[in-house]
Design a protein around this ligand. Structure first.
Ligand code: AGP
Length: 608
């Protein structure tokens, strides 16, 4: 996510802003910039690259004197990382400047409207629209301009705004993207997150949705978007600085697990238009979609596990044959790619060497590649023919959670888009699927709130030596990811097995007390999986079942049951994976493992 810091007071603003932005680096970014009012005009310095670049350019802020300013670290969404796309953004006569965290979903419409009125754009960002729209509405009253803009934009935002005409004020506003404000004896502060201002004050105000804040050197006022003044209660932060970077969570992994409802929402909503799914990034007409006669999904690790789910969902909903490959295998097995095939590569980092190589191999053979990628402007995002971004924001923990969840919903959307275009999904079914998709974020949140029950169960397995995850169909894909989550952060040996395959050898490893997690979310396979559970129980296993609320029958065969709320069977991975993520997390925490940075692992495997 982007980082915002602003200051107005009696001290020099630039050093305070640079210091604050450095506390937000954990959020991930690719460029940084500052706008400071020097007593006569607003000056902007911004650059692609690390914050150090900005610090060097401004000699630690010395080249930008002034006691009022805003700063930003950009996590690219619309527009690749570049000096021009970096924030802050100016209006044409450089009298209004803005920094933004979030996505303006109707920016194309607003950009067209403003262009038709003669406004010129210099960047590819959605944010620049805000600078020109503020200009359009500004007639001398900054609050009026701000609130008019907020009534026009759709999407998510945390904003810092500066008007050269009113240099004794900074404006801030929020909808869905986090924003806090604070005050001490030297001035007032805005920030995307507490760490940026914790050094200056522990008393902060969390800005709520559709609230506007006017900050002066010695006081702040809160308003609604309809300019009604309101009072807010401050919150005193008890965290230490290190904990604050994790917003109070013990680990980034837990924080990112709890970001999954928002991740799924951010990936879904921009692509659901009324009763239809619109995936502009596909750049394919229905005819072109219909011409696809095979899909190859290629990825590594958890992204591969998402791809395995994608196979079941796309084949089920769109009836297109799907082949899923580990990228490290695909690139060397001289794959057979035939006319009409489409390649989809999935990657959170967009830098995984094997996946990038698979992309290049496919393109070298003349096949179009769609990238499902999280990091905007990454190598895979740049080299794919088309990119479907997962708006998960930067993922810090090595073990992926929120990006994986976003990959799943991206694949659901694709499956529904393909199925609709090919006439395989009737209107009623499509509407039902859409309804189930929209319910996923709340259902994920519900499951996350179950964490204490999972933690208690996990504590029983801190000393485990072997844990098995079994399932059939999509449940097998869920098992793959559940097993990886456990072993990569707790270092406990774990295997995922197609439940029907266990008896062909691996069942010999089941001993008294061995934990077997049976995933059973596919109604047409409930009975089969119960049989497999009975098989392992007969050999002494302790069976944990993860299943749908309707499947009470399973209680006869399971020793411990975790239920997930009802959803379409194609979407159950998004729910069943939550307790399995929590299980792996709490086992690792119980073992005292370095959860966010597990041994031997890197967040992005950029080598073979
Ligand atoms: C998953 O928790 C691991 N971090 C790892 O398997 C990861 O999914 C894999 O390396 C692929 O990374 P990518 O999505 O960035 O390509």
């Amino acid at each position: 996510m982007c980082g915002i810091v602003g200051y107005i007071g009696t001290k020099q603003a630039a050093p305070i802003i640079l210091d604050g932005l450095s506390k937000l680096e954990y959020r991930g970014y690719d460029s940084a910039g500052m706008a400071i009012y020097d007593g006569g005009k607003i000056n902007i310095t911004k650059s692609v690259g690390r914050l150090k670049v900005l610090e060097n350019l401004t000699h630690g802020g010395e080249t930008m004197p002034g006691i009022c300013g805003i700063g930003h670290t950009r996590w690219a969404t619309h527009g690749v990382p570049s000096d021009t796309n970096a924030h802050p953004h100016f209006n044409a006569d450089e009298t209004i400047t803005v920094v933004h965290n979030g996505i303006i979903e109707n920016y194309l419409h607003l950009r067209q409207m403003l262009s038709d009125k003669g406004y010129k754009f210099v960047s590819e960002t959605d944010t620049e629209v805000l600078a020109h729209l503020l200009d359009y509405y500004y007639k001398g009253n900054p609050m009026e301009a701000v609130t008019k803009v907020l009534h026009r934009v759709e999407g998510s935002y945390a904003l810092g705004i500066l008007f050269a005409d009113c240099p004794d004020q900074i404006f801030a506003a929020r909808k869905d993207s986090p924003l806090v404000v604070g005050q001490n004896g030297d001035g007032c502060f805005i920030a995307s997150d507490v760490p940026a201002i914790l050094k200056y004050t522990r008393k902060v105000y969390y800005v709520d949705n559709q609230e506007v804040v006017r900050l002066r050197a010695d006081h702040m006022h809160f308003y609604s978007v309809d300019e009604e003044e309101m009072t807010k209660e401050p919150v005193t932060i008890e965290w230490d600085a290190n904990a604050a970077e994790k917003a109070g969570y013990e680990h980034f992994m837990l924080k990112e697990m709890y970001e999954q409802p928002k991740t799924v929402t951010d990936t879904l909503l921009p692509r659901i238009k009324g009763r239809d799914i619109v995936i502009e990034e596909l750049n394919m007409s229905d005819e072109e979609l219909n011409a696809i006669n095979k899909i190859h999904i290629v990825a590594c690790g958890s992204a591969y596990h998402a791809g395995v789910t994608g196979k079941y969902v796309i084949e089920g909903l769109a009836r297109i044959p799907v082949e899923v490959d580990l990228a490290s295998e695909f690139r060397y097995r001289n794959p057979i790619l035939e006319e009409g095939a489409m390649v989809i590569v999935i990657s959170q980092s967009g830098e995984t060497a094997d996946t990038l190589a698979a992309l290049r191999e496919s393109k070298a053979r003349g096949f179009k590649v769609l990238g499902i990628v999280n990091v905007v402007g990454s190598s895979i995002a740049r080299e794919a023919d088309n990119v479907m971004y997962t708006w998960a924001g930067p993922e810090i923990a090595v073990a992926t959670t929120k990006a994986y969840s976003a990959q799943l919903v991206a694949l659901y959307l694709l499956a529904m888009k393909f199925g609709r275009a090919r006439g395989k999904i009737d209107d009623k079914t499509f509407a039902s699927l859409l309804g189930d998709l929209k319910r996923l974020p709340n259902q994920i949140e519900m499951l996350l709130n179950n964490k204490l029950k999972i933690q208690k169960f996990a504590n029983r397995y801190i000393g485990a030596k072997d844990v098995f995850f079994i399932g059939r169909g999509i449940d097998y894909a869920i098992s793959l990811e559940g097993s990886l989550k456990l072993k990569e952060i707790s270092y406990i040996h774990s295997e995922a097995y197609a439940a029907g395959e266990l008896k062909h050898g691996t069942i010999s490893l089941i001993e008294e007390g061995t934990l077997v997690a049976a995933v059973s979310t596919q109604p047409d396979l409930y009975a089969k999986t119960i049989s497999n559970m009975v098989e392992v129980k007969a050999r002494g296993a302790f069976v944990l079942a993860v299943t749908c609320e309707e499947n009470k029958e399973i209680e006869k065969a399971a020793d411990y049951v975790i239920y997930i709320p009802e959803t379409n069977p194609y979407f159950t991975n998004s729910l069943a994976i939550i307790p399995l993520q929590l299980f792996g997390y709490y086992v690792a925490v119980g073992k005292g493992c370095d959860v966010d940075k597990p041994r031997n692992l890197a967040k992005s495997v950029t080598v073979e």
